[in-house]
Design a protein around this ligand. Sequence first.
Ligand SMILES: Nc1ncnc2c1ncn2[C@@H]1O[C@H](COP(=O)(O)OP(=O)(O)OP(=O)(O)O)[C@@H](O)[C@H]1O
Ligand SMILES: [Mg+2]
Length: 219
Amino acid sequence: MSADVLLRATDVSLEYLDGARRIRAVDRVSLEVRRGEFLGLVGPSGSGKSSLLFLLAGLRAPTAGHVELLGHVLPPQADASAALRRRHVGFLFQEPFLVPYLDVRENALGHATHPEAETRLEALAAAIGMETMLRERPHRLSGGERQRASLLRALASAPDLVLADEPTANLDQETGHAVMDVLRAQTQGAALIVVTHDPGMLEGADRVLFLRDGVLQQA
Ligand SMILES: Nc1ncnc2c1ncn2[C@@H]1O[C@H](COP(=O)(O)OP(=O)(O)OP(=O)(O)O)[C@@H](O)[C@H]1O
Ligand SMILES: [Mg+2]
């Protein structure tokens, strides 16, 4: 793998079993992402965008193909890939989830591996208008605040790869752009993939990938 290729997916597929029915959510996708790249991932609802992000993060094992992160093939067992993931991947889920009995700060620092995670967290919180929310529990937060709290968790450890699923969906334009600015600034020497239905959030993207029925369309 050439030195600056951070992530490589080779012919990855993901099938879900729905009763007796198999749903192929991701269909033989191959992809290379280099350090410093900012990619958009778009496509209709149900086209497999979230499923592809799960594969790229090692949160789901592909039913065929494989994913390499920093030259390591992600092992199929979620617990085996956890160490690699916690250290190198920041993941922002489409449905933000937070541990209800922990405050925003504790949620964000839960698995943080970076020695300066706490200092980083304060600067990040200030950049996205969350500095006064760090001691709040999730039930006190609005939807957009919960999403930003999840963003803090995704970025706390300065990951090499950030995968963000609809990071601005619950936000007004201005806050949405602030979130994108932080994502961009925090992934300068890393790589960023953003799923969005809002093309305005992908200004400056190096590439925009289009998924249809699980298949990556050629530009
Ligand atoms: N856990 C699951 N079990 C069965 N089918 C699933 C599961 N998760 C997703 N699917 C199906 O897989 C396909 C892709 O879903 P996915 O969530 O990846 O789409 P998406 O592009 O992220 O959609 P959206 O834009 O609505 O978030 C859909 O047909 C969906 O119904
Ligand atoms: Mg989705």
